[in-house]
Design a protein around this ligand. Sequence first.
Ligand code: R5P
Length: 301
Amino acid sequence: MNSPKIFAGSSNLPLTKLVSEKSKIPLGKIELGVFKDTEIDVWVEDDVNNSSVFVLQSNSVPVNDNIIELALIADALKRSGSHKITAVIPYLGYSRKEKQTRRGEPISAKVIADLIIASGINKVVCLDLHADAIVGFFNVPVIYLSALEILADALKHENFKKPLVVAPDVGGVKRARNFAAILNAPLAVIEKHRQVDVRDRMEVLSITGEVSGDTAIIIDDVISTGGTIVESANALAKKGAKKIIVCATHGVFAGDAIKNLEASPVDKIFVTDSIKNDAKSKKIETVSVSGLIADCLKDEL
Ligand code: R5P
């Protein structure tokens, strides 16, 4: 029986290395490449016969390539004799499309879950999904982690008075309520409207809750274009919030997100390293989920 290893997909090597160091599970040897026609090439160099292995891959940009790469790594490990393959997916791509909002749409999160599992994965570890129900899309056991405590911990160094936790949309109320409970703060909820026929565009319709406090702390699962955060911050500033802090598990920062967040009334943004973050902004601080994931993997050995 070979010893457990953790294999890194190409999406987030820094996080995989940290998880490996903290869990003492060695990194597996794997060669990843791309053919001229853009197909992905995978070669597992280690002998993994009869072993329990982990693969860490965030479905971040390039989303589709990273999903396919994960599936190919899992298949290679299975064909090399691994008896248990656990996929650690700190950020699950397509998770924001977990239901149909109009006829004719796919349920993309379900398709991705099926695709990943079909490659031979026996267990999944994931983190702060867009909706908790997505856990049930995987027909294998799922360990569902949350970075809320880590994000709340990061706020301890911030100097603020009378914090108010804000859910930037109705779908995020449960997450925001949990965060408010950790911080022992009141809750406000923004009602946001997204046009179904215009991608990545939203507007704030109303805010439920008293925004007279000093600091508003917006909590979200993901920042993609930054539109949700910028519009929410504008609305909160108009209502009198003096300081605006954002906490989000996944920092995608697509398109002009950084530029728009820089120009917004947001003072500080905390994200985790669930996605490798090269985004340059003095407003952004990254906290690590490596310890959380490492502890979880140690329990799995
Ligand atoms: C949506 O419901 C999510 O929770 C996020 O608020 C949203 O996906 C963020 O996207 P963007 O940054 O493009 O507004």
